[in-house]
Ligand binder design. Structure first.
Ligand code: FE2
Length: 159
């Protein structure tokens, strides 16, 4: 395997990063806990559409902060010397942020244009939101795994 310097940037996780991420994750979870039950069924969504439009706007803003925090603290930027493959994973996950943000921005905008007397428009929008949800949750799981793998590496699990 070649020792490409681009792939060997260091990955570090510090206490400030973990604190801010924890606060942000708590706010994000609260928001998602409000949105998911309302978006689960077309009829429920239709009955609460104006609330949902507002919540999708909040979710867009929260995710802007969420992604910015992850990137600002540089946990993607510094390599784990002993585990360059983690840096490659980090690069890949970081690369997903612009696409995920563009999707939620689009959904937040589009939600205000949906005609709620059109069952088809509502259903199509909810399907699109659920696809976003699946993709975002997969991204989050992969990030959590990356953090745990990096900590394992730092702590030398097996002590
Ligand atoms: Fe992320």
């Amino acid at each position: 395997m070649s020792n490409d310097p681009i792939r060997t940037r260091r990955l570090t996780i510090n206490a400030a990063f973990l604190k801010d991420i924890k606060d942000d994750n708590r706010d994000l979870k609260k928001l998602l806990d409000k949105i998911f039950p309302l978006a689960a069924h077309p009829q429920t969504a239709t009955n609460h559409w104006s609330e949902l439009v507002e919540l999708f706007g909040c979710l867009r803003d929260q995710l802007a902060l969420h992604f910015a925090l992850e990137e600002a603290y540089g946990y993607f930027d510094e390599a784990v010397d002993s585990a360059p493959e983690l840096s490659a994973v980090a690069e890949c996950l970081r690369g997903q942020h612009p696409d995920l943000f563009e999707k939620i921005r689009h959904l937040a905008d589009k939600s205000s244009e949906i005609r709620i007397d059109s069952g088809e428009q509502v259903a199509r929008f909810l399907a699109e939101f659920n696809a976003f949800r699946t993709e975002f949750e997969k991204h989050e799981e992969a990030e959590l795994k990356l953090i745990l793998d990096a900590l394992d590496d730092d702590l030398g699990v097996g002590d």
